[in-house]
Design a protein around this ligand. Sequence first.
Ligand SMILES: Cc1cc2nc3c(=O)[nH]c(=O)nc-3n(C[C@H](O)[C@H](O)[C@H](O)COP(=O)(O)OP(=O)(O)OC[C@H]3O[C@@H](n4cnc5c(N)ncnc54)[C@H](O)[C@@H]3O)c2cc1C
Length: 314
Amino acid sequence: MRVIVVGAGVIGLSVGVRLAEAGHEVAVLARDLPLETTSAVAAALWYPYRALPRDAVVRWSAATYAELARLADTHPESGVSVRWGTELVRGPVTEPWWRDAVPQIEQLPSAPEGYSGGWRLPVPVSDMSLYLPWLAARLESLGATLTRAWLSALPQPSAAVTVVNATGLAARAIADDPSLLPVRGQVVLLEQPGLTEWLLEHSDEQELTYVVPREQVVVVGGTAEDGSYDPRPDPASADEILVRARALVPELRRAKVVGHRVGLRPARPAVRLETEQRGDGTIVHCYGHGGAGVTLSWGCADDVAALVGGLARG
Ligand SMILES: Cc1cc2nc3c(=O)[nH]c(=O)nc-3n(C[C@H](O)[C@H](O)[C@H](O)COP(=O)(O)OP(=O)(O)OC[C@H]3O[C@@H](n4cnc5c(N)ncnc54)[C@H](O)[C@@H]3O)c2cc1C
């Protein structure tokens, strides 16, 4: 079957790869090329954050964990690695709701002052500056195409051509979906002082703190501002992020700031992964992954490929 995938963030690219692997003729069209997307801003720690519903998120996250861990092992040039790290918790230390999505997790024996405990676990971390181009190259090596195109509407599907809507936050307009809202996130990039482990603390919904090491830089966050469309980095937020991160990870005190980034997470009451019939064709919607697009990517791509496979078989 011919499939047009609209969107070249982590969702559109992963879906495109799975569809091309299944033998479909895939064309990806996107206004922004991979390194210009929200996906390129992601710290890209595997972690189910701000995405629902929980049962599907656990299933998609588990599938993605397995695939990213496999890529870390077999294709280290993809920019994916598996790193140990710590989640700190204030308040009751209950087992995370996504426990079943990870193969291994341990309770922290002791926690720093101000925290009641936490968890240690290995998870995939993707350096998006490498991973998105790697996905695009994989897509093209499978015979699919990636073309810049700004569409004013989703293409009309037909019996012979299925359309996948992977437009992230832009689905608000292109799929007329007012339930999709931005959750603005800001991060600071620091020089790598030799960190190997990640750290996360999100007891406060708006004021999460995370430190995610890559080979060359450390991504430090963050913010989560519901409803804000402001794409500009805010210097006061950057200062607050740095104060919180440096208090938790003293090695960062010497590290120089090398960049600031902002992205708008596509948040929705539930990820939309379903078919819509239009005329004699089908649109498969796959958007609304909130703060977990990387974490859900392969699980969702598998489900989209299964839906398209079902259509192709008639
Ligand atoms: C600061 C920050 C930190 C984050 N950290 C993490 C993390 O650690 N782990 C994690 O899993 N997730 C994280 N996320 C969330 C993650 O970035 C998103 O869930 C993910 O990027 C969504 O991917 P997407 O492919 O749906 O959308 P996008 O990356 O936004 O891609 C959408 C694509 O659709 C295209 N498009 C839109 N409209 C049109 C149109 N009209 N015509 C043609 N093309 C169109 C765009 O050009 C783009 O190519 C973070 C997000 C932010 C902002």
